[in-house]
Design a protein around this ligand. Structure first.
Ligand code: MV4
Length: 591
């Protein structure tokens, strides 16, 4: 077994892994950005090392800094969590070459599954049916037309190196082929650096059902039930549950066998998830996620298996601690993702800021996997997941009632959250009947009357959701003696309070551009937070009215419409799709 494990991640998943390490008697090493100096994962780990930087790219995705800390810490294993380096084959190889274990699958399996065409071929070789489609790169519109003539419409055009729905275009009929193919290829090139696309029959009302698998280095591959993740918006899951409602046991078993076959087919080890689309009693392989997923707790709650513990054990070469026939699923588990987002009107607008208060529910059958405490800040630079509320009940109605009870106990001050959306989802007839699909939240759920406002408003004059992550701090080096040994310690202390307050107040108006609907702006349209430009909605010379969307910005995993701050003519477009921008950058000029 390992003696020291480094967690190359932050937030709730870093906390989750640290807890597993403690239970296994493994020493844990945290890493942190400048903004996470006092984060929960840092406080909880046995040791912590600074990476420097603030944005993800400067910190948790700074390969040089991470590799340096891995060697300095003496860690013999690295857990990547999800996101960041979790599906990066090059990183897995770099670690292995240093003699450090990667708590995840072999790099070859990550690569096969990272390319969606090769992933479809892998499933095919394993005898598992994918959605009817092609396994070759589309080279002309004629190929799409021929596919449509044979299989009918709609058709989905997807990026071969894509993921998360980005770049997927739906073709409703022959006259839409040209535009759809062109924009799919353009977006794929902008976002994934490769324009290759392939196509599939587009399923119109599918459920997203995924199977958890785990494999060891002794040839054992088992599946641990499935999760229904259909309640999502813009490819961000909101609610996940296990077992999937209204799923026939024969179909469930067939899906489990198919998932195991896909995993075996690519010599998979460690934890992974095989995604399927399920419609009209049929299931189709979609893709495989070669990492531990956010929603893994629902599987843990019904099977009793500690997935992170098993991940670490199999990475150390130990056999799985159970066999397939020993896996059982008892009762029902539901997870609600609690994000710092305002779901008002179905918009789910990011709402970074300081948590002025946080009271989490407890009691029978309730689990909170969190990464923050009251006083911490949800930064615009990272995922805005505050925590995951997971409940277990003896059956689905009991679990839903328990989730409703727990949501009622959860109280978060300082930021808007998705709690109100979860309350509506749990009460909705479609969700309770289990008839919702992947399009349900966006197209049918009524969130018009919902407000994501913080439960507890900060006292007037406190600065409210002020960006305390921007508070200027200065380094003070002090020498201390611990058990007679001399240490030099760097303390990061706030600058004199008065100057800090003044700096924060003038530094950065929040949501300047998106909130500017009064039409009195300067015409210098800025983005309110760091992110990636997804789409330009206007052209130079075009007339716009104040409040019109001009640019789509992806930030904190959400697409945000950046709007004109005054009426006038577009005179300059300073960005292109794929560009990274920082808070306050001017993207469009109107005069
Ligand atoms: C599909 C589909 C319907 N038909 N493929 C979106 C993300 C990417 N992982 C695959 N996605 C989809 N592929 C065919 N042939 C519908 C989706 C889809 C979806 C899938 C899983 C979870 C949520 C989704 C939301 C919208 C669309």
């Amino acid at each position: 077994m390992f003696s020291k494990l480094l967690i190359a991640n932050r937030g709730e998943i870093a906390v989750r892994v640290i807890r597993a390490c403690r239970e296994l008697g493994i020493s844990s090493v945290a890493v942190y950005s400048e903004l996470d100096r006092d984060a929960v994962h840092v406080r909880l780990a046995d040791e912590a090392f600074a990476l420097g930087g603030r944005t993800a790219a400067e910190s948790y995705l700074n390969t040089e800094a991470i590799l340096d800390v891995i060697s300095r810490s003496g860690a013999d294993a690295v857990h990547p969590g999800y996101g960041f380096y979790s599906e990066n084959a090059e990183f897995a190889r770099a670690i292995a070459s240093r003699g450090v274990a990667f708590v995840g699958p072999p790099p070859e399996a990550i690569e096969v599954m990272g390319d969606k065409i090769s992933a479809r071929l892998a499933a095919q070789r394993s005898g598992v049916a994918s959605v009817p489609g092609t396994t070759e790169v589309i080279t002309s519109t004629d190929e799409v037309a021929a596919f449509g003539a044979t299989h009918g419409y709609p058709i989905a055009i997807k990026a071969a190196y894509g993921g998360g729905g980005r770049g997927m275009k739906v073709v409703g009929g022959p006259d839409e082929i040209e535009a759809a193919l062109e924009s799919a290829q353009r977006e794929a090139a902008a976002f994934f650096g490769r324009g290759e696309c392939y196509m599939e029959r587009y399923l119109t009302w599918p459920r997203h059902i995924e199977v958890q698998i785990i494999a060891d280095h002794h040839g054992n591959v088992v599946w641990l039930g499935e999760r229904d993740c259909s309640a999502q918006r813009r490819h961000q899951k909101l609610v996940e549950e296990s077992p999937a409602p209204l799923l026939d046991d024969t179909v469930r078993k067939a899906m489990g066998d198919a998932a195991v076959a896909v995993a075996r087919g690519c010599d998979y080890t460690n934890a992974g998830t095989v995604e399927f689309l399920y419609q009209d009693g049929e299931f189709f392989y979609l893709e495989m996620n070669t990492r531990l997923q956010v929603e893994h707790p629902v599987t843990e709650m019904v099977t009793g298996v500690d997935l992170v513990r098993e991940q670490i054990r199999v990475a150390a070469g130990e056999p799985l601690s159970f066999t397939q026939s020993e896996v059982t699923s008892v009762g029902h588990a539901i997870e609600a993702r609690i994000n710092a987002e305002d779901p008002a009107g179905g918009r789910f607008l990011p709402s970074p800021g300081s948590l002025t208060s946080l009271r989490v529910p407890d009691g029978f059958g309730v689990r909170w996997d969190g990464g923050y405490e009251a006083g911490d800040t949800i930064s615009q630079y990272y995922d805005n997941l505050i925590g995951k509320l997971i409940v277990w009940g003896s059956d689905r109605p009991t679990a839903i009632a328990r989730m409703q009870r727990a949501l009622g106990e959860l109280s978060i001050g300082g930021v808007a959250t998705t709690v109100a959306a979860h309350t509506v989802i749990m009460a909705s007839e479609d969700f309770r009947a289990g008839t919702h699909s992947t399009r349900w939240v966006e197209e049918q759920l009524d969130l018009s009357g919902v407000s994501g406002k913080a439960d507890v408003e900060p006292p007037v004059g406190s600065g409210g959701t002020s960006d305390s992550d921007d508070m200027p701090r200065v380094r003070r080096d002090v020498v201390v003696e611990v058990d007679g040994k001399r240490f030099s310690v760097s303390a990061w202390v706030p600058e004199a309070a008065s100057s800090a307050t003044a700096a924060t107040a003038s530094a950065r108006p929040r949501r300047a551009s998106s909130a500017a609907s009064a039409g009195t702006g300067t015409g210098q349209v800025t983005v309110p937070m760091q992110g990636t430009i997804v789409e330009i909605l206007v052209e130079v010379g075009q007339e716009v009215t104040s409040g019109d969307g001009v640019v789509v910005l992806e930030a904190m995993k959400m697409e945000n419409s950046i709007n004109a701050d005054r009426s006038g003519t577009i005179t300059e477009i300073k960005v292109a799709p794929g560009d990274t921008v920082g808070a306050g950058d001017v993207v469009i000029v109107i005069s």
